[in-house]
Structure formats: structure tokens, C-alpha cells
Design a binder for this molecule. Structure first.
Ligand SMILES: Nc1ncnc2c1ncn2[C@@H]1O[C@H](COP(=O)(O)OP(=O)(O)OP(=O)(O)O)[C@@H](O)[C@H]1O
Ligand SMILES: N[C@@H](CCO)C(=O)O
Length: 311
């Protein structure tokens, strides 16, 4: 369920009055997604996605709007944010803020094949290149201090629910990661959450990247590690080939430096820890009502253990 704010046609008409997109023809709530309310809308000028932000920090929204606009105008296939008559990128309705973005073709997939992994890698490299001269900055909301704080909050409950081994793994990996310094790696704006539900495909070709609300400044190799964990690592027999396929696509556009290659095994561990911790937190402290959709923390414990056996 992903429509928390129910809009009727007069709400859409009032919103559209401030845009140059013509009259409303049709609208339809979008079922996927859990954070925001999303609608497909059709107007005289085409098909768009209208989002109402339900739980995001209002002061952060302008950064995300300008980032998407910047990436869309610099060669990435991603939602372009429509501007209102006065040039602003956000509207207000029912006491909440929202935006209208271009609708991308394609659909999300549950699992990617080798060709799709290559294409996804190429798209991530394009994102990193397109963001190069974006002059706004957001620090990592899930960096080492966040990790340490969240682990302190979940460690006891983790021990009682998932076993003492799990709790020890959390603190041990945190200690290892806190001793590392990635500040010399090439960096810029990263997506930060490029799971399979945030990339669209037309056949084997990635057709667009969505959902930039975890974007921030960090090492590009961190984004690669997060994406490899999310898209390529299935804990099966072909994971190395799957990761290689993604990396070969990425390197078509942005060859990795030696130091990035060397950092990857440890960043794969850091990326696994970061999502294990956020999933543990959501499982232990569920958010209320229909918005709750817990993703399995154990998947990411297993991914962390898999990478620790190798690095
Ligand atoms: N610009 C777009 N073009 C085409 N489809 C889109 C676009 N934006 C969103 N969608 C579709 O809407 C669905 C929900 O969007 P999204 O994943 O952004 O939801 P959310 O609730 O905003 O975020 P989250 O995934 O974090 O819960 C996507 O899976 C995709 O199918
Ligand atoms: N993609 C995240 C949830 C949103 O950040 C996960 O699968 O845990």
C-alpha cells in the first residue's frame, strides 16, 4: 500500500494549475513503494509521476529535487523534476509537500541476469559521472556514527532474537570498520540505495534509476559495494561472475582506480553491515500501521558473513 494521502481530481487540478503541463486526463495510485504516496498522472503533455512526501524531512527535499534535475539534465535517465510557473520544484497540498517528475519507461525486476547486471553497472557509472559537478552536498546519513548509535540500540535485542553470535558479529564488524579510513577514495554524489526496486529495465537494458532519497556524498566505490550486495550477490554459485558482469558495465564508462579495487572487499562488508543494521532496527522497532514492511535482516547478516570469509 503506498497511497497514504488520497487526492481527488480537484486536488490534482489545483496542483496542476501552477504547472505548464496542461489539463488532467487521468490519475492512478501506484501500489509499489512504502515511503511516499505516488500517483501516475496523465495530462495534455504526457505521463508523469506525482509524489506526496509522507515522512521525509522537509528541509532535505530541495536537495533531492535539485539533484534529480541536475542528473536528468546531465545524461542520466532518471526522473526529471517539473518546475512550476514560479520556477519552484515542490508544491504543497493537504499540508504536505510533493513533486511531479517525468515518467520513465520500463519496469522493476525481482532478479537481474548477467546482461541486466552489466547494464545496471553502466547506469551507476553514468550517475557518478553526471553528478560530478553538482555543487550541493549532503553528508552520509548512515555513516560510522549512525552505525555505532544504531548498533548500541539493537545489540541486546539482536542477541535475544537472533543469537549471541549475531550480536558479536555486529560489534566485531563495527570495530573493524571504524579503524578504516576511506577518505582518499574518489568521491562524489552517490545513490546509496540502488536495490532492484530502484532501477527500471526495458528487456536487458536499464531504462532509468529512481528513488534518490538516500543520495549523499561518499566514495563511488561505496555505492558500487551497496549495489553489488543488492543486485549481484545472491549467495549462490555465480556471485563472482555476477559481480564481474556489473563491474564490466561500470568500467565501460568509469574505469576503477587500483585503490578502489582494493577497497571493494572491505566496502562490501561495510555495505552489508549498514543494511543489516537498518533492517535490524526496523524489525526490532517497527514503524506503526500500514507503512510497516520489514525486510529480512538475516539476508544481510549472511551477506556480511559471506564477504568476511573472503576478505
Ligand atoms: N519516475 C518514475 N517513472 C516510472 N515509474 C516510477 C517513477 N517513480 C516511481 N515509479 C514507480 O513507482 C513505484 C514506487 O516508487 P518508489 O519506489 O519511489 O516508492 P516510494 O514509496 O517513494 O519509495 P520506497 O521505494 O523507498 O518505498 C516504483 O517501483 C516504480 O514502479
Ligand atoms: N533498500 C533498503 C530499504 C530502503 O532503504 C533495504 O532493502 O533494506
Amino acid at each position: 500500500m503506498s497511497v497514504y494521502t488520497e487526492l481527488n481530481s480537484s486536488d490534482f487540478t489545483a496542483i496542476l494549475a501552477d504547472y505548464n503541463l496542461g489539463q488532467l486526463h487521468d490519475f492512478q495510485g501506484i501500489a509499489a513503494g512504502i515511503e511516499n504516496s505516488n500517483y501516475f498522472i496523465i495530462t495534455d503533455s504526457g505521463r508523469y509521476v506525482l509524489t506526496i512526501f509522507e515522512r521525509m524531512q522537509a528541509e532535505e527535499l530541495p536537495y533531492f529535487m535539485r539533484l534529480m534535475k541536475h542528473l536528468a539534465t546531465n545524461g542520466l535517465s532518471c526522473p526529471d523534476v517539473m518546475a512550476r510557473h514560479d520556477g519552484s520544484l515542490l508544491f504543497e497540498t493537504n499540508g504536505k509537500q510533493g513533486c511531479i517528475v517525468s515518467c520513465l519507461s520500463g519496469k522493476t525486476l525481482d532478479a537481474l541476469n548477467m546482461a541486466q547486471l552489466r547494464s545496471s553497472g553502466e547506469s551507476l557509472a553514468r550517475l557518478h559521472l553526471a553528478g560530478a559537478d553538482f555543487d550541493e552536498h549532503r553528508s552520509n546519513p548512515t555513516g560510522p556514527e549512525w552505525l555505532a548509535g544504531k548498533i548500541a540500540e539493537v545489540v541486546e535485542k539482536t542477541a535475544s532474537i537472533y543469537g549471541r553470535d549475531a550480536a558479536e558479529l555486529l560489534t566485531d564488524e563495527l570495530t573493524s570498520q571504524r579503524a578504516l579510513d576511506w577518505s582518499s577514495l574518489p568521491r562524489g554524489v552517490i545513490h546509496g540505495d540502488l536495490f532492484v526496486d530502484n532501477i527500471l529495465f526495458d528487456g536487458d537494458q536499464a531504462s532509468g534509476i529512481i528513488d534518490f532519497y538516500y543520495a549523499h556524498d561518499a566514495a563511488f566505490a561505496m555505492d558500487i559495494a551497496i549495489t553489488l550486495n543488492a543486485q549481484a550477490v545472491l549467495l549462490g554459485d555465480h556471485d563472482q561472475q555476477r559481480m564481474d558482469a556489473f563491474l564490466s558495465g561500470y568500467e565501460k564508462l568509469r574505469p576503477l582506480q587500483q585503490q578502489e579495487r582494493e577497497a571493494l572487499p572491505l566496502l562490501l562488508r561495510l555495505g552489508a553491515l549498514r543494511f543489516w543494521v537498518s533492517r535490524l532496527y526496523d524489525a526490532i522497532y517497527p514503524r506503526g500501521g500500514a507503512m510497516t514492511q520489514t525486510k529480512d535482516p538475516e539476508e544481510y547478516r549472511r551477506k556480511l558473513m559471506f564477504h568476511r570469509r573472503k576478505a
